[in-house]
Design a protein around this ligand. Structure first.
Ligand code: ADP
Ligand code: MG
Ligand code: MG
Length: 776
């Protein structure tokens, strides 16, 4: 172990390690066995797929009728860790003046394990707020979630920024002096050749086979390498990512791209490799190395959760557009502001026939593809990372279902075998088709110790396929222990001590630079979702329009340049719609939806009384549930930020980043980034996120707390003898007085044991419950 630990702590560490090991073993995804090569495991794939469907169906049937009246929710935030390193190619040892530049610091796994150990320290365990550090794709990345999900009262919304700050602060306490961890969407220089970066020192490794990056930047857990390799093997080639450069001729130069002129059509935008306007990338890391913000919300009933899934599907593109934060890839400014399409291309494991190319383009024989789902020959319209292709709500009757199905107006391929099995096991049509669509994809990571499992007890094969169907929204069934069933008791009411209930995860949001902004997007997502459930707003529109919006959402400066399709009467109230005691008709049909085109300003801030907009709707929801003015006043700054972003009064993160690049002395107006530009950008993002620099041009007049200050009490759990080595650069004198705002994470961290700990939870409980549908 890297960190020296005093003897009296050793027993704690042992317990911690056992707990961590149990967590790993119990996790279906991060198993301990060896992942198998997908082409080798082909003879078993059909069994694994069918088992996956059966596993879900059994689990789902056990969960039927579960209710979770408590509203709980949580967020996930990811960080990239960067370190100033001597540029390669200049002899660093001999020359102390070798230029140093930010490159990936591949300590993600080490830092994550260390932080989880620290979280188990008693003083930290006693705190009301804690963190859980989870693995991410890149070796330079970590993900953090709150230790416990947030509560369901209005006052609990104020925990999210505190929790995010706590995570940023603790992460920084675990960094070395020369490391930073800004919450940037990506590392703008990933894959840049000939500029002294070491992350591409050993290209063409056996896992990613990339011309631009080394395999060492992939998380060392076998799952991540296996995913990367199996995507490539299944596809039959490296993934092929193409992005248009921001400036004419600003794409790859000869020598910067392998196989120049091979004329491959990329998936999403029909860009051609070798075109001087395009930028080429060839590995999963370019996409999955992006960081994002995700929100998971628990619903009262299955009906609510499936309805919310559908509404969030419609909201995904417009929320992504407002959160846009990714204007740079591979050393260039690009002509898009969002990460989504790049990730989509970065994990596109479809064979050439599945991608719609001519059969001759497939170089492998039929025999070589045998065992893949449909032998790799079924046309699949989208990459497995994409927008939702089907609504899944629960219609009242056949007629209602037919109406809902008309909105599923794009090709939403179904696997016939999966459909048959799912229906045979009693799943309703919408759920069976949801599953059958998901199972048009092969399992990507099958472990040698877990091919044949008891389908009544395991969920591994289902999880395997679901967790690699990366869609804008993920619907999640309750977690229920094996042997438990809801049918015996008629209805099973889940409390927080049970597993989580029916959940929906909202995944399109781009990551923001400060915790304040990330909290703002989280709070609006939660409040709008609750308002939708309470008021029965129907955002339903044809899925083809959602896809169209997704394309528009990628546009540079979409806030000012784009309009989005939205149903005209989206804000008509149907307050009884989700009442379970008397099932209501969804009453939707493609013939009935009248569409309009609106700007993000109109969507978020409203357009006349008929179209109030998301933020006004949320404000009136807060009033309706009886929020006091003090609590509402504490929520307003978050909503205000988004109001200003949508109206253009404040820039999106992407625009702000572009402005910084364009204002840099080294920038030559050609769309090219230099190490110097990116170094100052990373440092600025770090400083703004840590609150050591205030930048009103990003967040308006909001004060961002300085997180570089840590009290002795906060530092104590971090192992003292190593503390000096661990602490981030620029930590301030412990005596320094500073303004601690109300939303400070210090309120939770600095509190005396037993004192404020319960108080703020009690305070939140005194504020109104975030009601969803009420059946009177
Ligand atoms: P994944 O990576 O599969 O999306 P994570 O474990 O990283 O899952 O994140 C799960 C998220 O769900 C966290 O934000 C967590 O706070 C949240 N969460 C946990 N329990 C509940 C619950 N009962 N209801 C709602 N959200 C929950
Ligand atoms: Mg996660
Ligand atoms: Mg997630």
């Amino acid at each position: 172990m890297r960190f020296l630990i005093s003897p009296q702590r050793q027993w704690k560490v042992v317990i911690t390690l056992i707990v961590l090991l149990m967590r790993v073993v119990s996790s279906a995804i991060l198993r301990v066995g060896n992942p198998l090569d997908i082409m080798t495991v082909r003879p078993h794939l059909q069994d694994v797929r069918i088992s996956g469907v059966k596993q879900f169906a059994h689990h789902y049937n056990r969960c039927k009728g579960v209710e979770t009246p408590e509203f709980r929710w949580g967020d996930e935030v990811e960080y990239g860790i960067f370190r100033k390193q001597a540029a390669m190619g200049v002899d660093a040892a001999l020359n102390p003046d070798t230029p140093r530049q930010f490159d990936l610091s591949l300590r993600g796994a080490e830092i994550r394990e260390y932080l989880n150990t620290v979280e188990m320290e008693e003083p930290l365990l006693k705190k009301r707020l804690g963190c859980n550090w989870t693995p991410e794709y890149g070796s330079w990345m970590v993900e953090a979630v709150p230790r416990d999900p947030y509560g369901g009262h209005v006052g609990d919304l104020l925990d999210v920024e505190k929790s995010m700050k706590l995570r940023r602060k603790r992460l920084h306490l675990a960094l070395r002096r020369d490391e930073v961890a800004p919450s940037m969407s990506n590392f703008p220089m990933l894959g840049v050749l000939n500029q002294g970066y070491s992350h591409n020192a050993k290209p063409c490794g056996p896992i990613a086979n990339s011309l631009y990056i080394s395999d060492s930047i992939i998380n060392p857990h076998p799952r991540f390498g296996a995913l990367t390799k199996n995507i490539r093997l299944r596809r039959g080639d490296n993934v092929d990512i193409m992005v248009k450069a921001d400036k004419e001729g600003g794409g790859d130069k000869v020598g910067e791209v392998g196989g120049l002129g091979t004329n491959t059509n990329s998936n999403c935008r029909n860009l051609v490799k070798g075109d001087p306007n395009n930028i080429h990338m060839d590995a999963m890391a370019f996409g999955m190395g992006s960081c994002c913000l995700q929100i998971t919300m628990q619903c009262q009933t299955e009906r609510e959760s499936r309805y919310l899934h559908d509404q969030l599907t419609v909201l995904s593109p417009v929320f992504m557009a407002l959160s846009a934060a990714t204007p740079m890839f591979k050393g260039r400014l690009v002509d898009t502001d969002c990460r989504w399409d790049v990730i989509s291309m970065s994990v596109d494991d479809r064979t050439s026939i599945e991608r719609g190319l001519a059969p001759e383009s497939e170089k492998r024989t039929e025999q070589e593809l045998q065992g893949l789902v449909k032998e790799g020959k079924r046309r699949l319209k989208k990459s497995r990372y994409s927008g939702i292709s089907r609504y899944i709500s629960m219609p009242k009757d056949e007629k209602d279902e037919t109406g809902l199905e008309t909105l599923n107006d794009i090709e939403d391929e179904q696997d016939e075998n999966a459909l048959e099995v799912a229906k045979g096991l009693g799943l309703d049509n919408m759920m069976a088709k949801h599953l059958a669509h998901m199972f048009t994809r092969d399992p990507l990571v099958v472990f040698d110790d877990a091919i044949y499992l008891n389908n009544n007890e395991a969920l591994d094969h289902f999880d395997n396929v679901q967790s690699t169907n990366w869609r804008t929204v993920r619907w999640k069934a309750p977690i229920m222990s094996i042997g438990q069933t809801s049918s015996t008791s008629g209805q099973l009411v889940f409390k927080s001590e049970h597993g989580p209930g029916w959940r929906v995860e909202f995944r399109p949001l781009e990551l923001q630079l400060t915790d304040f902004e990330n909290a703002a997007f989280s709070i609006l997502t939660v409040l709008l979702s609750r308002a939708v459930l309470a008021e029965g707003y129907k955002f339903y529109m044809p899925i083809s329009c959602v896809d169209e919006n997704m394309q528009r959402a990628h546009a540079k400066d979409a806030v000012s340049t784009e309009k989005f399709l939205f149903p005209k009467d989206a804000f008509q109230r149907n307050p009884k719609l989700l009442c379970d005691t008397e099932i209501q008709e969804l009453g939707v049909n493609i013939e009935k939806v009248e569409m309009t085109e609106v700007t993000l300003d109109e969507l978020f801030n409203g357009k006349g009384s008929e179209f109030p907009g998301f933020i006004p709707v949320v404000l009136s929801y807060l009033d309706k549930i009886g929020t006091d003015s003090l609590t509402k006043g504490r929520i307003l700054p978050y909503l205000n930020l988004l109001r200003k972003r949508a109206s253009g009064e404040l820039p999106t993160t992407a625009r702000w980043l572009r402005n910084k690049v364009e204002a840099h002395a080294e920038y030559r107006k050609d769309g090219h980034l230099t190490p110097g530009i990116v170094d100052s950008l990373i440092q600025t993002c770090e400083d703004v996120g840590m609150g050591t620099v205030q930048d009103p041009s990003l967040v308006g007049d909001v004060f961002i707390e300085n997180l570089n200050y840590a009290s002795d009490e906060e530092k104590a759990p971090f192992i003292e003898e190593n503390y000096d080595k661990l602490v981030a650069s620029g930590v301030m004198d412990g005596q320094m007085r500073q303004y601690i705002p109300e939303n400070s994470c210090d309120v939770a961290v600095g509190e005396k044991e037993g004192e404020a700990a319960g108080d703020s939870a009690a305070e939140a409980m005194a504020t109104p419950f975030l009601e969803s549908c009420k059946c009177e």
